[in-house]
Write a protein that binds this ligand. Structure first.
Ligand code: GLC
Length: 791
């Protein structure tokens, strides 16, 4: 920052007076007020009113801010006022009104450098608003959504301004999403900061000054939420308490999805579907990109290519395929087009500052754009999906919603928005436009589909977008570097509250190749959204496009995804109900180990699987770090003791995938699509541990909301092993009754050749080891205990 700018910045002065009203404490200077609102023992909101007036308390990010507070006191000393919650001491210095937050052991978790400050924005009016914090010893930073750079953000600067970034490269900033939330970690303690400001915002993690982390925005209010962990996982959970979670998706949405720009006409779609079934490669969803439309007019069909979409969709459905269609925000200016006429007549389109409609070119040519920040517009838009729902469309893909406009990138600043009754310019609404679009799509589908769970996917979004939609990482490139970027982006989005994420498998732009595609599929199995997508000017990118060897590997891994579905669905449930990120970087597993702070290739998918994709060509193995504890290599059951870096041989038909010792991993039989078969026996893979471990299995109908009325079942498995025996206890809660009556238990990692097993205390029987070194037994679904003695 140059000197003149620095001088113009205004800082807080001495505290003149403070006042506590319920759980809010106002700290007043001569004019300015800092508001500190205690939302829970661990969540504090800080707001600044430079001239003593706060804006309306309105946020698109926040879903819930009513939490329990155990205790709240203020204490005054000579130098400071201390606001004490059950977990935190927040000191406001009297001399400077700066904030320092400590935990109960006296460790400084977060402290102001200059703290909140501001500067008049002479171009637009209002203020630039800033907050700067001191970087603590060895502090690391994570989060911020989809940044395509290293996981740890220390030493970097980023901005949030949703942008259409076709074929982006490493470190390109900003990309499509605007997630102003980051996590800090130092001295083993994690915390988070959500800077709830929709203007263009910036984050600097010690780039400008190695000792200072700061965030600021081009306008609006300085408003941020401090979230104390101390575990990083807890920070994300609390962040999602605030900003919301995705409800459970329809189970088919966790299957494999095939997409391309574009599959048309109908015969191409049918051939595609047929090939999946003939080649026995599971697939649940086929996407229709923009060419299904009539001249790219949203909510229309090109009848030359798709003469009877209802028939086609129902035939696909009979074969187990769901149809997902793309819908963009640009509505073609065309007097003979009903959506345009309705939008125009009802004033649903965005206007420029001085009156005319916002007009810009996208796929259909000249377009107007709905103002999704207006609740009436959202209502209208939601109803436009009526015909789609009626003809059986199962999911909607919202694209280009940064919003992207050809030639001028996005809307000019002067475009007006309703902002849910707080009229403003595009400067304030840009970063939430995409989120409000997919919100309106999701809410419309929810109403129209009634009891059926909606599925939506979006490119742009703001904090909280996870309530409505899955996301994909945008227009990536078919390179090895991009495979690595995709891995980090998915992890980063997951710890930024957006777990339902995936990349365009194989790469969107440029031609891929068999090895790259196979390795990318391996990452995709462990991406919550498992979708292949590619641009129309690239070579075909279906599982069989790269020859038989590749096809076999891809089939093997898509099969694995379908086998793991009950585990993946359970992991989604943990995210949906408890806010646990589905993808957990190593630093989230062992935040006290410095070794993990900079690692980014390895991650845990849920509680018990560790994944480390191969993202280099021609290699037959790789190094990786295994967290403490015992781990079994998935493809051989070879046991490794964690806590160090290891080398693993992984030919192209395997990948570095490890199961945590003690875990119980449920498997479905391979199916060609979710629900193809009635599961008659569930397989439980049990991995021996000398010690204790808990695993879960969540089940419900998979497509409706009965689970919200308790029609679901949660099974917990408690495993306890020692040198001579293994005990497995099962607890079941809930009213859902699964289709299977029996389970098959497969025990891995037991050294003995023979074991004797007793179920629910009944007489024991002897079981001999199988060729693959496992022991297999059948049990009734609701067994209470299995006891095994090694012989
Ligand atoms: C954008 C999307 C891409 C899509 C294309 C055509 O580039 O990011 O996924 O295929 O538009 O709709």
């Amino acid at each position: 920052m140059n000197q003149t700018v620095e001088k113009a910045k205004k800082r807080l002065n001495q505290l003149v007076h403070y006042e506590k009203v319920d759980n809010t404490i106002y700290f007043k200077g001569t004019k300015e007020i800092v508001e500190l609102k205690v939302l829970s023992d661990e969540i504090i909101r800080v707001r600044l009113a430079p001239r003593g007036f706060f804006l309306d308390d309105f946020s698109y990010a926040i879903e819930n801010s009513n939490f329990d507070i155990t205790s709240l006191e203020t204490e005054e000393s000579d130098d400071a006022i201390c606001v004490k919650t059950a977990s935190l001491n927040c000191y406001i210095e009297k001399e400077t009104m700066q904030l320092r937050i400590e935990d109960k052991s006296g460790l400084v978790i977060n402290e102001d450098e200059k703290g909140v400050h501001w500067e008049e924005n002479s171009d637009h009016g209002g203020n630039y608003v800033y907050c700067s914090k001191r970087i603590q010893d060895d502090e690391c930073f994570y989060g911020l959504g989809d940044k395509p750079s290293d996981l740890n953000l220390r030493g970097k600067r980023y901005s949030n301004w949703g942008s259409d970034t076709y074929g982006y490269q490493k470190d390109r900033d900003p990309l499509y999403r605007n997630i102003p939330f980051y996590l800090g970690l130092h001295h083993g303690v994690g915390y988070g900061i959500l800077f709830d400001n929709t203007f263009k915002s910036y984050f600097d993690f010690g780039k400008e000054d190695p000792d200072v982390a700061s965030f600021w925005a081009d306008g609006g209010e300085l408003c941020y939420y401090f979230i104390h962990g101390p575990q990083l996982l807890e920070v994300v959970q609390k962040y999602s308490d605030l900003t919301g979670r995705h409800k459970l998706p329809p189970q088919w949405a966790l299957g494999y999805h095939q997409c391309r720009w574009s599959y048309y006409p109908e015969s191409t779609v049918k051939d595609l579907a047929h090939n999946f079934r003939v080649k026995k490669i599971p697939c649940d969803a086929i996407y229709l990109d923009i060419d299904y439309m009539d001249g790219y007019r949203c909510f229309t069909w090109n009848k030359d290519h798709f003469p009877d979409p209802k028939r086609m969709i129902s035939e696909l459905k009979e074969d187990g395929f769901k149809t997902v269609v793309i819908i963009d925000p640009g509505i073609k200016v065309d007097d003979n087009y009903w959506v345009y006429i309705e939008g125009l007549e009802n004033g649903h389109f965005c206007q420029r500052g001085d009156g005319p409609l916002m007009e810009g070119s996208v796929w259909p040519g000249k377009c107007n754009f709905p103002d999704f920040t207006n609740p009436e517009v959202r209502e209208w838009w939601g109803k436009l999906f009526e015909e789609f729902v009626e003809i059986g469309v199962d999911g909607v893909w919202n694209d280009m919603n940064e919003p992207a406009v050809f030639g001028i990138e996005t809307f000019p600043d002067d475009v007006r928005h309703d902002f849910d009754g707080h009229p403003c310019t595009h400067r304030k609404a840009h970063n939430i436009y995409g989120m409000q679009m997919v919100r309106s799509t999701y809410e419309g589908l929810l109403k129209l589909q009634k009891t059926k769970r909606p599925f939506a996917i979006t490119r742009s979004g703001y904090a909280g977008v996870q309530r409505y939609s899955a996301v994909w990482t945008g227009d990536n490139v078919a390179t090895w570097e991009h495979l690595q970027i995709a891995n980090v982006q998915c992890q980063r989005l997951s710890i930024s509250g957006i777990s339902f994420v995936g990349s365009d498998i194989g790469g969107f732009t440029q031609d891929s190749n068999g090895e790259l595609f196979a390795r990318w599929i391996q990452l995709g199995v462990f991406s919550p959204l498992f979708r292949t997508h590619s641009a129309g000017d690239t070579m075909d990118q279906e599982p069989w496009s790269y020859g038989e060897e590749c096809e076999d590997i891809v089939r093997k891994f898509i099969n694995l995804r379908y086998q793991l579905l009950p585990y993946i669905y359970t992991t989604f449930w943990q995210c949906s109900i408890h806010g646990m990120p589905m993808l957990r970087p190593l630093v989230f597993i062992e935040q006290n180990h410095k070794e993990t702070h900079h690692r980014q290739d390895e991650f845990c998918f849920g509680d018990h699987l560790l994944v480390c994709p191969v993202s280099e060509p021609g290699v037959k193995g790789r190094k990786l770090y295994l967290p403490e504890g015992g781990w079994y290599y998935y493809f051989s059951d070879k046991y490794y003791q964690g806590g160090e870096e290891i080398w693993i041989d992984t030919p192209i038909d395997e990948m570095p995938l490890f199961t945590k010792s003690g875990s119980v991993i449920p498997h479905f039989p391979v199916m060609q699509y979710v629900g193809e078969k009635v599961v008659e026996t569930l397989t439980l893979h049990v991995y021996y541990k000398n010690g204790e471990e808990i695993s879960h299995l969540y089940e419900d109908h998979g497509d409706n909301f009965a689970y919200e009325q308790g029609i679901c079942s949660v099974k917990s498995f408690s495993l306890l092993g020692d040198e001579n025996s293994l005990h497995l206890i099962q607890y079941t809660h809930g009213d859902f009754i699964p289709s299977y009556h029996d389970v098959e238990l497969i025990f891995h990692g037991i050294k003995a050749d023979k074991i004797s097993i007793s179920q629910d205390g009944k007489t024991s029987k002897k079981v001999t080891k199988q060729k693959d070194n496992t022991f297999s037994i059948k049990a009734i679904r609701d067994f209470e205990s299995i006891n095994i003695d090694f012989e």
